[in-house]
Write a protein that binds this ligand. Structure first.
Ligand code: NDP
Ligand code: OXD
Length: 310
């Protein structure tokens, strides 16, 4: 008998139970907090697990993240880091993120927020703009999602650059890496996109210093994590006009508090952490594959590096 503990925020326990049991009929599917005998639990499939929950499972064989990001698991100070951890990687998620990034990049590029204002004021006026080839877009994070988004922005004709921890090659994209590559990457970027994972190294990375490295009037799109942004710095840079517009899907506190200045800021677009939804059907496939692999003594797919934190 294989036992899996499920801990999620969504209200779909029954769907998960049925779908996983259809694939692994003898699965003992337990939903947190009804853990039963913790020593029987082999796998944990989790989103934002409580501090100490994973450490309390003595025979845990693998941790599966319900998302692409794993910062919600590393946030647990008692996390048993020696247990293999796997995250979501699939083309469906990359496609959804690509749609969101491309849509908001085009909205910035085509000055859509200003046309919206003009429409409300019944103003019929063309606004000048460069063509995509003259628009310099920069993607921070060239992994599964950022690499895909950068490639597709380049296909649309944008003058696209990317920045990552280690050197990368992405078709059509000028690649920068490491702390040394950051100033040149920022200096050429008019639309900055963040698709980094949240780690000790990237927390608070989008602060006044980083934003000051962008040309005046640049715009910012965050599809990564709210923890990447020092929100007071971004608000100040927006008010000073150094950053002319921002689209934010993720925030330091979610749901975004009612009194957050972002809600009503004239230069800010807010979306409620929906940039790329993890399609549960694709997720089930990966979890089932990993359980089968583990049971057969084969290496797991989509492993997270516990030292890098992503
Ligand atoms: P990956 O792990 O595939 O890619 C991460 C990229 O970031 C890599 O290119 C990596 O560099 C780079 N990176 C990591 N640390 C640093 C650093 N210190 N300096 C410079 N570059 C760094 O992640 P994904 O693309 O799959 O996902 C990215 C993030 O997107 C997730 O962690 C999650 O937070 C967020 N996300 C948001 C969603 C939403 O709905 N808003 C949905 C899904 C994910 P290198 O290539 O050298 O390793
Ligand atoms: C994820 C997310 O990490 O939805 O998958 O944010």
């Amino acid at each position: 008998m294989t036992t899996l503990l499920f801990r999620s925020n969504a209200d779909r326990d029954d769907w998960w139970r049925e779908t996983l049991l259809a694939e692994i009929p003898d699965l003992d599917f337990r939903v947190w907090p009804d853990t039963g005998d913790k020593a029987e639990i082999d796998y944990a499939l989790v989103w934002k697990p409580e501090t100490g929950l994973l450490a309390s499972l003595p025979n845990l064989r693998a941790i599966f993240s319900l998302g692409a990001g794993v910062d919600h698991i590393f946030a647990d100070a008692e996390l048993p880091k020696h247990i293999p951890m796997c995250r979501v990687i699939n083309p469906n998620m990359a496609l959804r993120m690509r749609e969101w990034i491309v849509m908001h990049t085009l909205m910035h590029h085509r000055r859509h927020r200003e046309y919206d204002r003009q429409q409300r004021d019944r103003i019929w006026q063309e606004l000048l703009q460069p063509h995509a080839g003259e628009r310099r877009v920069g993607v921070m994070g060239l992994g599964e999602l950022g690499g895909d988004a950068a490639r597709h922005l380049a296909i649309l004709g944008f003058d696209t650059a990317g920045w990552s921890r280690s050197p990368k090659k992405v078709d059509g994209v000028t690649c920068f890496s490491g702390a040394d590559g950051l100033p040149d990457f920022l200096a050429r970027t008019e639309i900055l996109i963040c698709l980094l994972p949240l780690t000790e190294q990237t927390r608070g990375i989008v602060d006044r210093k980083l934003l000051s490295g962008l040309p005046r009037g640049a715009t910012f799109i965050n599809g990564g994590r709210g923890g990447h942004v020092v929100e007071e710095d971004l608000l100040a840079m927006l008010d000073e006009g150094h950053v002319s517009e921002a689209t934010l899907d993720v925030f330091q506190t979610e749901p975004l508090p009612e009194d957050s200045p972002f809600w009503k800021h004239p230069q800010v677009t807010v979306t409620p952490h929906i940039a790329a939804f993890s399609d549960p059907r694709a997720l089930v496939e990966q979890v089932v594959e990993n359980i089968r692999r583990d049971q057969a003594g084969q290496p797991l797919i989509n492993r997270v590096d516990p030292d890098r934190g992503y």
